[in-house]
Design a protein around this ligand. Structure first.
Ligand code: MIG
Length: 800
C-alpha cells in the first residue's frame, strides 16, 4: 500500500494562484497559473461538486455512479470576491476559495465551519499508472466522527482508521479486514452535531485516512483518474444520506416476496434435495419464499446451462416449487468456460465480447469451470448481449431471480486474485485499463443481469443480488456481504455491515445468516436469525463443506426460534414494505444506526450494536453466548418493550432481558405498526384484515402504511395505497386521523386496532365524527382491541 507519507516525498504538485475565472450558469471554473482547473458545480443548495483538472484539461465527464434522474436545481447562487478569496453562496452554504491555492473552506449559512482543506487538492504524476495520483486532504475538526464506506467490516465510527477500496474476493474475511467485496467511496462526517458527506466518485483504487496517519487530518486519494468529489451538506445525517442516495440512485420496488425469507446453500442438488428442503419448510411451518441453486445446478459450471443428471426437467421443477410458493433463484458467475462447443462461449468469441489483455489476447483466468474468458460488462453492447442470455432461464424455465457472484472479478490461483492491471475495458466508450474498471466491473455485470431479468420477467418485477458493487449499484441490485464466518465476532460484524450499507445508499443488503464458513452452534444460529429478520435482505446461506444449515438442523428449540422470528418478519412485511417505499422515494435507509437516529446525542456517536429498523423499532442483537439479556442504550424518547409492552424511558443505558427466544426490541411511542397474518410465503393468503398495533404516546405522532399489488408496475401508475396516520394523544383521549393516497384497493375491508399503553379507560368512541357503540366496533376490553372499516378518517377515543 502506498502511504500518504511516501506519496508526499515523491513530488507533490499544488495549484498556485488563480489567473482566470469563468461562470457558466451553475458551473464555475477557477484556473491557476500552473494550469490546475477547479470546476465547481452547484447541483443543489447543499450539494456541490468539486472537480480538478490538471495541465489545463479535464477527462471526459462520465460516471457510472451518478443517476441522471437525480434531482438538480438550487434556489440561490451568488458570487463575491475580495483580494484573497472567492465566495460562493447558496441558500445553504458559503464556500470560500483561496485565490492563491484553491484551498477551500465550507461554512453553513450561519457561518459555522463545516469542512476545511488542509493541503487541499494536490497531485503527483504517476508513470506507473499513466496519469496522476490525485489527493485531497482536509482538516479534521475536534471530536469529528466518520461513518459510511459500504461493507467495511469494522467499527462503525471510522475515526482513527485508514481504508481503501479495491473489490476483493475475500473468503472468510476477518473483522477489520480491508478491502473486501465492495467499493463505496462515500463517507459522512459529523462535527459539532452537523453532518456532511463526501462522495469521491473515482473508480480507481481509492484510499481514505480518517486521522490515522495524522491526528488532525482526513485525506482521500486515488491511483488515477480525477479528483472528483461531491460535498453534501446536512445538517441532519438523514439529509446527507438522502442526497447521496438521490445522487447515486434508488432501486425500483422489489417484488414483495423478495422481502420474505430466503434459503440458500452451496449447493442444493439434485432436484430431490431441493424439494426435500422446500417441503420441510412447509411441513414445519417456517415461512420461506426464496430457494437458491448454487453453481452445481449447471453443466460443468457453464452459465446458462443445466446439469441434466441432477435437474432433468428444470422447468417442471421450478413450476412445482412455484406452486408451493417458492421462487427459484439461480447463481450466474462472470467466468465463461473456454469450450468451443459451448454456445455462450462461441457467441462471446464471435462478437468479440470478452476482455482482452493490453497486447491483444483474451484475458484468461481460472474460476469454477476451469479456464475462462470474461465478458466486458463495461461495454454497452456486451451488456445487451448478456441481458438477452436470460431469456430462457427467466421466460421459459420460470426462474424468478438471479444471483451474481465472483464479480469483483475473482480469479483463482493468481496473485491479486483478479485480472492483471493491463486488461482493457470499454468503459462505455472511454477505453481504459483494469485499474480504472476493476471496482465497477461487478456493478456493470449486475446491471446487465438486471436488464435481462427485468425484460424477461415482465410484467413481474426482477430480483437480482450481487456480491461486488460500486456506488450506484443499488439502482439495479440487492447485495449480500460475502463469505463470512460462523462466529460470534462475525455476528457483530454482520450487524455493523448491514447498517453501514444502509447509510451508504445500499439498503437492500443482508449477510449469510449463521455464517458461510464453518458451522454455527444452535445458539449462534438462533441469535443470528433474530438479527437477520431485521435485515432488509434475509437469507441463510452456508458452504456445504461445513454441514447443514437449515433452520431445523440444530435442535427443536432453535427450530422454534427460527419459526418465531421468521414469522415475525412476515407479520411485519407491510411495515418493511412501507420502509422500502420510503427508500425508493426519499433515499431513506431501511436501517438507521443510532447516530443517524439522534446525532445530537453524543452517546450515539460510538454505538455499534443498537439500530432502528425503519422509523419506529429499536433492535439490539445479543452478541454473546449464554446471555440472558444485555446492557444497551435506549435512545432519547419514550419507548415500549415490544415483548412485555411496558413503557421504557430512553436516554440511558440499561439492562434488557432477552433469553434465547427473544431479542431486545422496543417500539417508539406514538407508533402504528401494521401487521399481516403469518403466511408461509407471500401471496399464500388473501389478506382479510390488517392489524394495527397502536402504541399510545402523548402529543403528536405519525406512521405510514404503503401497499400495492406486491409485484408488477401498476404502482407507478398510482395504483398503490399510501396511508398516513396522524395521532394526537392527550391524557384522556386519543385521536387517529387517516389520510389515504393512491388508487389501489386493498383486499381487506377492516383494521383490527390493538391499543397498547392507553392510560385511560375508554368510555366514548367516535368514528368519523359520530359516536358509536362498543358493539359496533366489536370492542374487546381484555385485548384492548377494536375493529373498524379501513377507510375511516378519524377515530376518537376518550375516557376516564
Ligand atoms: O468460490 O458459488 O460468496 O456465496 O456459495 C466460491 C459458490 C464461490 C462464493 C460465494 C458463495 C457461493 C460460492 N462462491
Amino acid at each position: 500500500m502506498i502511504t500518504n507519507t511516501e506519496l508526499q516525498q515523491k513530488g507533490n504538485q499544488f495549484p498556485n494562484k488563480v489567473v482566470d475565472f469563468k461562470k457558466d450558469a451553475d458551473i464555475l471554473y477557477f484556473t491557476t497559473e500552473n494550469e490546475v482547473i477547479l470546476q465547481l458545480t452547484v447541483l443543489r443548495d447543499s450539494v456541490i461538486r468539486f472537480r480538478f483538472g490538471t495541465g489545463g484539461v479535464f477527462e471526459p465527464d462520465f460516471s457510472y455512479a451518478i443517476d441522471e434522474d437525480g434531482i438538480r436545481g438550487y434556489n440561490h447562487l451568488e458570487l463575491e470576491e475580495d483580494d484573497a478569496y472567492y465566495f460562493v453562496h447558496t441558500a445553504k452554504l458559503k464556500i470560500r476559495i483561496e485565490k492563491n491555492s484553491l484551498q477551500t473552506s465550507i461554512f453553513d449559512i450561519e457561518g459555522n465551519l463545516i469542512n476545511e482543506d488542509e493541503l487541499g487538492f494536490h497531485f503527483e504524476e504517476s508513470f506507473e499508472y499513466g496519469g496522476n495520483i490525485v489527493k485531497m486532504s482536509k482538516k479534521a475538526q475536534h471530536a469529528e466522527s466518520y461513518y459510511g464506506l459500504g461493507d467495511k467490516p469494522m467499527h462503525s465510527n471510522l475515526r482513527g482508521k485508514r481504508v481503501h477500496n479495491w473489490a476483493t474476493d475475500q473468503y472468510a474475511f476477518g473483522k477489520d479486514q480491508d478491502p473486501i467485496y465492495k467499493s463505496v467511496p462515500f463517507y459522512i462526517g459529523l462535527t459539532q452535531k452537523r453532518a456532511y458527506g463526501i462522495f469521491f466518485d473515482n473508480t480507481f483504487k481509492t484510499f481514505f485516512d480518517f486521522c490515522q496517519e495524522r491526528m488532525g487530518v482526513t485525506s482521500f486519494w486515488a491511483q488515477g483518474g480525477e479528483m472528483n468529489y461531491y460535498f453534501i451538506y446536512g445538517p441532519e445525517m438523514a439529509d446527507v444520506v438522502g442526497s447521496y442516495t438521490n445522487l447515486t440512485g434508488v432501486p425500483e420496488l422489489p417484488p414483495l416476496w423478495a422481502l420474505g425469507y430466503h434459503q440458500c446453500k452451496w449447493s442444493y442438488f439434485p432436484e430431490s434435495n431441493v424439494k426435500e428442503v422446500a417441503n420441510k419448510f412447509r411441513e414445519l411451518k417456517i415461512p420461506c419464499d426464496g430457494i437458491y441453486l448454487d453453481i452445481d445446478y449447471m453443466d460443468g459450471w457453464r452459465c446458462f446451462t443445466w446439469n441434466k443428471d441432477y435437474f432433468p426437467d428444470p422447468k417442471r421443477m421450478v413450476k412445482e416449487l412455484a406452486d408451493d410458493g417458492f421462487k427459484t433463484v439461480v447463481i450466474i458467475d462472470p467466468g465463461i468456460k473456454i469450450d468451443k462447443d459451448y454456445w455462450v462461449y462461441q457467441e462471446g468469441i464471435e462478437n468479440d465480447y470478452f476482455c482482452k489483455r493490453a497486447d491483444g489476447p483474451y484475458m484468461k483466468g481460472k474460476v469454477w469451470p476451469g479456464e475462462c474468458n470474461f465478458p466486458d460488462y463495461t461495454n454497452p453492447e456486451v451488456r445487451d448481449w448478456w441481458a438477452g442470455l436470460f431469456k430462457e432461464l427467466i421466460q421459459e424455465v420460470g426462474v424468478k431471480g438471479v444471483w451474481n457472484d465472483m464479480n469483483e472479478p475473482a480469479v483463482m490461483e493468481v496473485p491479486g486474485k483478479t485480472f492483471p492491471a493491463d486488461v482493457r475495458h470499454n468503459y462505455d466508450g472511454h477505453p481504459c485499463s483494469h485499474n480504472k474498471a476493476h471496482n465497477i466491473y461487478g456493478t456493470q455485470m449486475a446491471r446487465a443481469t438486471y436488464e435481462g431479468v427485468k425484460k424477461f420477467a415482465y410484467p413481474k418485477r426482477p430480483f437480482v443480488i450481487t456480491r461486488s458493487a460500486y456506488s450506484g449499484a443499488q439502482r439495479y441490485t440487492s447485495s449480500w456481504t460475502g463469505d463470512n464466518i460462523a462466529s460470534w465476532e462475525h455476528l457483530w460484524v454482520a450487524n455493523i455491515q448491514v447498517q453501514r450499507m444502509c447509510i451508504s445508499g445500499m439498503s437492500f443488503t443482508g449477510t449469510d445468516i449463521g455464517g458461510f464458513a464453518e458451522q454455527p452452534t444452535g445458539e449462534l444460529y438462533a441469535r443470528w436469525i433474530q438479527l437477520g429478520v431485521f435485515h432488509p435482505f434475509c437469507r441463510t446461506h452456508s458452504s456445504g463443506h461445513h454441514g447443514d444449515q437449515e433452520p431445523w438442523t440444530f435442535d427443536e428449540g432453535v427450530t422454534d426460534i427460527a419459526r418465531k422470528f421468521i414469522s415475525l418478519r412476515y407479520r411485519l412485511l407491510p411495515y418493511l414494505y412501507t420502509m422500502f417505499y420510503e427508500y425508493i422515494k426519499k433515499g431513506t435507509p431501511l436501517l438507521k444506526p443510532l447516530v443517524y437516529f439522534d446525532q445530537e446525542d453524543a452517546q450515539t456517536h460510538y454505538r455499534t450494536d443498537e439500530f432502528i429498523f425503519g422509523h419506529h423499532i429499536l433492535v439490539c442483537p445479543i452478541l454473546e453466548p449464554n446471555a440472558k439479556g444485555r446492557r444497551m442504550y435506549v435512545p432519547r424518547g419514550e419507548w415500549y418493550n415490544y415483548w412485555t409492552k411496558t413503557p421504557v424511558k430512553g436516554g440511558k443505558e440499561q439492562w434488557v432481558d432477552a433469553d434465547i427466544d427473544e431479542i431486545p426490541m422496543f417500539v417508539k411511542e406514538g407508533t402504528i405498526l401494521p401487521k399481516y397474518p403469518i403466511q408461509q410465503y407471500v401471496g399464500e393468503l388473501e389478506i382479510e384484515q390488517v392489524e394495527l398495533e397502536v402504541y399510545y404516546g402523548l402529543g403528536k405522532n405519525a406512521s405510514k402504511l404503503y401497499e400495492d399489488a406486491q409485484d408488477g408496475y401498476d404502482y407507478k401508475k398510482d395504483r398503490y395505497s399510501y396511508r398516513t396516520f396522524k395521532m394526537v394523544g392527550r391524557e384522556k383521549d386519543w385521536i387517529i386521523q387517516q389520510h389515504k393516497r393512491g388508487d389501489f384497493i386493498t383486499t381487506y375491508d377492516t383494521f383490527r386496532i390493538h391499543l397498547i399503553g392507553l392510560p385511560f379507560e375508554i368510555t366514548t368512541i367516535e368514528l368519523d365524527n359520530e359516536v358509536i357503540s362498543m358493539e359496533d366496533v366489536q370492542f374487546d376490553p381484555k385485548a384492548c382491541a377494536l375493529i373498524i372499516k379501513k377507510d375511516f378518517t378519524e377515530l376518537h377515543l376518550s375516557g376516564i
